[in-house]
Each structure stands twice: as C-alpha cells, then as structure tokens.
Design a protein around this ligand. Structure first.
Ligand code: F6R
Length: 608
C-alpha cells in the first residue's frame, strides 16, 4: 500500500525514481509523483492515475537533479487527485515529503500550523509534515525531521529532501517499512526491495524509531535522539526474474503457475518423510514449550485468514489442541483470553498488514508466544515475532494473493505435523501425511496442466452478476477463497458458504441465473455435499464442480466439472484452490479487468 523510492548519487535521479515506482505500482496506483532537488530548489512533479501519467508529465516537463524521492499512492486521506498526490512541499517550497502510513494527529497539527500562517494545499495528513519540517528547520535536515517527529503521532515511512540541506534524503520509519539500498557512489531508499533490486542487493532494513540520513557516499542510521545506531547489511536473495512477468500476460497468472515450485520451496529441507515429521529451524520453540501449549489463536486478514481456517482444522484434527481463528482487525480490539500457554500464529504474505501486526503485538503484550508465517523476508512481522516459518514463495506482485495462499497452507501443514508428532500422532499417520505433502508439487502441476479447461468454463460465466461458492469441512475456506478471488479481480459479486448452510438463507438466491461452484473432492463429507448439489439442481442452479474422481452419485447433476488429483483430506485445499484461482483469473481477463491492479485495492494494507 503506497510505495516510496529515493535516489541520491552522481546520476540523474528521475529515471531511477520512475523505474522504482513502476516496480512498486502494485502497492498503490491511484496517483504518483517525484520531487528532485535541483540546485537551489526542490522541483515536484505529480499526476493522478497510473505511473504512465506521471511519466508523460515528466516527459513534457523534465526535472533535473541527482537527489530525489518518489511515491505511488493508495489514497487514505483525500481523493486520488494531483493535489493530494505525494510529494507534498512545504509552504516555502524548500522541503518535499513522501509518506506511507497515517499521521493521526494531523488535524491538531494542521490547526497549529494554520495559526502560524501556513496555508494547506491538499487534503492529506502528510502535508503537515512538510510544513512542520520547514517550521522547525535549523541546522540540518535530520535535526528538523527529528524535531518534527516529536510532534507527530501515528505511523510513517517518510522520505524527505530539502534545498536547505542538499545532497541527502532523510528517512524515518515507524510502522511502515523502509530500506536503504547500498550502491557504488549512490544510495537508494525504498519501501519495497523490488524497487531497487535492479541496482543493488545489499540492503539495510530500518527498524521502527530509526531516522536515516542517506547520501551518495554513505548513510547513517540515528535514533530519535540523533544518537548513531548500527544496522546489519543484508542481501536480497532473489533475482530480477522473480519480479518480472517473464512472458506471462499478468503477474497473477505467472504466480498461479509458479505454484508447483513454491509449494516445493515451502517444504524444502523441512519435510522428513521417513520420520513422518518436519524440521522447522526458525520456530524458536523448545520441545517443552511445544508440549506446554494449551491453545492456539491464529490471526490474519483476507486470504491469509482463509488459510488460517484450514490451519485450525489441521491442528485440531492432528494435534488435538483447541484453535481459534480471529480476524486480526477484530482480535486487536477485543479482550481475548490469552495466557502464557497460548501460541498465537500470525499469517501474512507481506508481513506488513497493519491489523495483523497490531494483533500480534497485542497477543505478545498479553503473554502469548507468537509464530509468524510470513512471505516477505525482513518484514515487520517477521522481525517482531518470537519465531517464524518463512513461506519462500518469492515476491508476490499480483494484488490478488495466489501462491502465498497455497504456501501458507503447506507451512501450516508442516507445523501441524511437527506438533502432532510431539503430541501423540503415530509415526504411521505422520509418514502418511508427510508422503501426501511430498506429492503435492507434482499434483499441483497436474492441476495446472488442465488450466485450459477452466478457461473454457470461464467463458460461460464471464457475464454472471453473482456466483455462489460452496464447500464443506476443510474445503469451506476454499469456497471463501474462491469467492474472494472472483470478487476482487472481476468485480462480480461472489459469496462463499458452508454447503449445508445454504439451506438457511442463500438458497433463496438460486435460480437458473445463479452459477454455484462446489468444491467437492472425494473426502469424508463428500456424500453430504452431494445432497447440497441436489438441492441446487432442484432449483435450476448451474453447477460447476471441482471433483477428484468419477462420482456416480453426481451423474447428471453437474453442468461443468474440473478434476483434481486426490490427496489426504486435510491437504485437499492446496489442490482445490488452484482451479478457483484460474476461474477468477480467466473470468476477470475475459471481462477486460486489470487483473494485477484491481480497482480500489493495493497489495499490503498498511493502514487500519
Ligand atoms: C486477497 C488478498 C488480501 C490479503 C490481505 C492480507 O487476494 O491478497 O485479502 O490476503 O490483505 O494480506 P497479508 O497476507 O499480506 O497480511
């Protein structure tokens, strides 16, 4: 959600800023802008809409200079217009600010600044920071920023340039990620490693409370009292191909097709088939601590919340430990029962989702141990949890989450296996589960080999105004996930329901116009699902079913069928979710929707 880029070095800044913004466009794409320190002045160029609009504006009116910051925005305060686009300049034009996050006391600060004669030109909370830095400027830019931050409440990733202290970018982080990229005679600043990967792999992740001074020949990290801090240089271990489309029409399609590999990567070096268990290096949970867990809370948002529901069923089934799944946004404002024998599992692709991060902090505050299932290495949740399991799915650029979901389910399965074996699961059952996990990458490949079938099915439903998704047991969350995928990228209204719950209301919606997607592999509740299919057919609904074998009981009941391979019941979601990803993708493409940048959405929701 929103992206920040900065460049300081010996070359023109604008091309670096634009390239970084293009690479981060998936984080926010309703407006963008750059500010470049150009001799005695800071020149700003902004545009509403996609980065391409900013590029045209810059082509018409180029800005020159070797220090600059840029921003791509997902609007929170004020509509996505040019005047609300970042960077925001101070009243005298000497300071330009880009900001991710929310300044919570912006109204109060605005009133004080207006009282001093400052005129505001935007509806944003960010603009107060620009005026505040101007107001408090004496000495260096970093001193002014540190003084300004003393007045500010809220969250921020900030990058600021000023003509009064040229040759540097001052950055500050609290609750919104920022990293410094180390180049040769040049340095970068970014909210997202993908923005600078083409130029360097050496990065320094800033911590909350850090203020950084970034210059061509070096950088310094300070604390909020300007005392120097030391931060480790880390290496980004994926390469440029991971963040490029590589011949696919969309990132989402590329990421769907990466799943044989990403599912395998999630297990690599961790699954011990012969012992029917797993080895998870980053858990930081001793045998005694694993044995002492009384209950587990899993908290997450969106797609990650769906994988949490699957995790709940796995853990309860195999470990016999009570599990509760909570939307992170609800958990953080409740009064949940947490003890020092509670394990709180936090699931997040980005590792930056504001609600999930806050829920994790709340669980910690109440005494729980926290375990993060995170994809983005070095992200805030990964840095703050007590232990973690990285998903190793590689960067997920498509706004709709796909490969991260299946990797989350696999990571949950690995954790379940380890815990279950400690808590009494027999080695025979452990080996059976481990073998099923090991077979998944090949089975995912088999599903993808049939993608074309789903493309044909999608053709039939591209004009449907509504779609219902039904599943039972562990496939109910798959139905929820299928519905979420469809609605977010195609804008078709879709609902996921437990198949039997349909009778208690949604069945009223069923007529010949209503397609119903059943997630109906052959599992322990299959016979029950058949009854639900019959209920839909009796009301003339159109049935699309994801099945796993020839089912005489379904003869004559299905309008469309997509076959997936069989695995143990608890792992079915990994295979069953993929056809639904494909269905959503193809429907959205056929409707002409922008699949990688759906309206109103952005990757990584870093505001409440
Ligand atoms: C849906 C989607 C979102 C995210 C949610 C949580 O396709 O991507 O629902 O799953 O915003 O994001 P993370 O997992 O980054 O915490």
């Amino acid at each position: 959600m929103c992206g920040i880029i900065g460049y300081v070095g010996g070359k023109q800044a604008t091309p670096f800023l634009l390239e970084g913004l293009r690479r981060m466009e998936y984080r926010g794409y309703d407006s963008a802008g750059v500010a470049v320190a150009n001799g005695g002045a800071v020149v700003t160029c902004r545009a509403a809409g996609k980065i391409a609009r900013l590029e045209s504006a810059l082509a018409a009116t180029p800005v020159h200079g070797t220090v600059g910051v840029g921003h791509t925005r997902w609007a929170t305060h004020g509509p996505p217009t040019e005047r609300n686009a970042h960077p925001h300049a101070s009243a005298d034009g000497t300071v330009a600010v880009v900001h991710n996050g929310i300044i919570e006391n912006a109204n109060a600060l605005r009133a004080v600044l207006q009282g001093k004669g400052y005129e505001f030109r935007s509806d944003t909370d960010t603009e107060v920071m620009a005026h505040l830095v101007q107001e408090l400027f004496e000495g260096s830019l970093e001193d002014a920023v540190i003084n300004a931050l003393r007045e500010v409440e809220g969250t921020y990733g900030l990058a600021i340039v000023s003509s009064r202290d040229p040759g540097k970018i001052v950055a500050a982080r609290k609750g919104s990620p920022l990293l410094i990229g180390i180049g040769d005679g040049e340095h970068f600043l970014a909210s997202d490693a993908s923005a600078i990967l083409a130029h360097t792999r050496q990065v320094v992740y800033l911590d909350d409370g850090d203020v950084a001074v970034v210059q061509a020949d070096g950088y310094r990290v300070l604390d909020r009292d300007a005392a120097p801090m030391s931060r480790r240089v880390e290496k980004i271990d994926w390469d440029l191909s991971a963040i490029e489309r590589g011949g696919y029409a969309h990132f989402m399609l590329k990421e769907i097709f990466e799943q044989p590999q990403t599912v395998e990567n999630a297990m690599r070096g961790r699954l011990i088939v012969e012992d029917g268990t797993s080895k998870l290096g980053g858990l930081n949970l001793s045998h005694e601590q694993l044995m002492a867990i009384d209950n587990i809370i899993i908290t997450a948002c969106g797609t990650s919340w769906h994988s949490a529901l699957i995790g709940e069923m796995m853990i309860e089934e195999l470990c016999r430990i009570p599990v509760e799944v909570e939307y992170a946004s609800e958990f953080r404002y409740r009064n949940p029962i947490v003890t020092d024998r509670t394990l709180c599992i936090v699931i997040s692709q980005s590792g930056e989702t504001a609600d999930t991060l806050a829920a994790m902090r709340e669980a910690k505050r109440r005494g729980a141990r926290t375990l993060g299932l995170v994809n983005v290495v070095g992200s805030t949740i990964a840095r703050e949890d007590d232990g973690g399991i990285y998903l190793h799915a590689g960067p997920e650029i498509g706004v709709a989450s796909t490969k991260a979901f299946t990797s989350q389910v696999v990571a949950l399965a690995l954790f379940t296996l380890k815990l279950a074996r400690k808590r009494g699961l027999s080695v025979t059952r452990g080996i059976e589960f481990a073998k099923a996990l090991a077979a998944l990458p090949g089975q995912v490949r088999e599903v993808l080999d049939r993608a074309e079938q789903m493309e044909h099915i999608a053709e039939e439903f591209k004009r449907s105004p509504n779609v219902l998704y039904l599943g039972r047991g562990v496939n109910f969350p798959v139905a929820l996930e299928g519905a979420l995928k469809l609605k977010e990228i195609s804008y078709i209204h879709a609902e996921g329901y437990p198949a039997a719950e349909m009778k208690h209301g949604p069945i009223a919606l069923i007529d010949e116009m209503m397609p119903v997607v059943f997630v109906a592999p052959h599992d322990a509740v299959f016979d029950k699902v058949v009854s639900n299919v019959q209920e839909v057919k009796a009301r003339k609904g159109t049935v699309i079913a994801v099945t796993s074998r020839d089912e005489p009981a379904l003869a004559g009941l299905l309008d469309y069928e997509f076959r997936i391979p069989e695995t143990v019941d608890l792992l079915m979601p990994v295979l069953a979710s993929i056809p639904l990803q494909l269905l959503a993708y193809y429907i959205a493409v056929k409707r002409g929707a922008n699949v990688d940048q759906p309206r109103n959405l952005a990757k990584s929701v870093t505001v409440e």
